[in-house]
Design a protein around this ligand. Structure first.
Ligand code: SF4
Length: 168
């Protein structure tokens, strides 16, 4: 897995202050993408054990409680998904009550086996490519209206897509 960066304090991706992990490499080429620097599969750098350790030990640095946001790039492409699975497993093992958010250009219903395994460890999934013609800056956690903010635990439990109640 390759990453673009890790941000300790991200107030733009998730609710409140989150730590964010930005993966490197994206196959979707959405028109109007805000983050073209993450497209290249040779850019950024390899994710290391030190990076995982950093996330696990610094997430609550300075007594600020944070959840984990994972975005990119495309965290769930073949090149990155296995690494993200390991990050999510380790994170939830240490912090079962912290939330994990993932943003992906793939659509929930079309997930492959590795992507489905990741669902078992995360709380919120924002799915679907960014569509410039459906761009809406007032939307919460998403950039275009085709994207969905999915409550993953409820979705798996009820076996149907349940959108996150953002007023909860
Ligand atoms: S999925 Fe995200 S990073 Fe990839 S092209 Fe679309 S908007 Fe950009």
């Amino acid at each position: 897995m390759r990453i673009n960066k890790i941000k300790d304090n991200d107030i733009a991706n998730g609710f409140g202050i989150n730590m964010s992990l930005w993966t490197q490499g994206c196959p979707h080429c959405c028109k109007g993408c805000f983050n073209g620097e993450t497209w290249s599969f040779t850019g950024g750098r390899e994710f290391t054990g030190d990076d995982l350790n950093y996330i696990l030990t610094k997430i609550d640095n300075h007594n600020v409680k944070r959840d984990l946001s994972i975005l990119g790039g495309e965290p769930l492409c073949t090149e990155n998904a296995e690494g993200i699975l390991q990050v999510c497993k380790a994170f939830k093992s240490k912090y079962p009550n912290k939330k994990i958010y993932i943003w992906t250009g793939y659509v929930f219903e079309n997930f492959d086996e590795v992507q489905k395994k990741i669902l078992n460890y995360i709380d919120v999934l924002v799915d679907g490519k960014f569509e410039e013609e459906n761009k809406n800056l007032s939307l919460i956690l998403r950039g275009s209206s085709n994207q969905r903010v999915i409550d993953v635990k409820e979705t798996l439990q009820r076996d149907k897509i349940v959108l996150l109640d953002i007023n909860k």
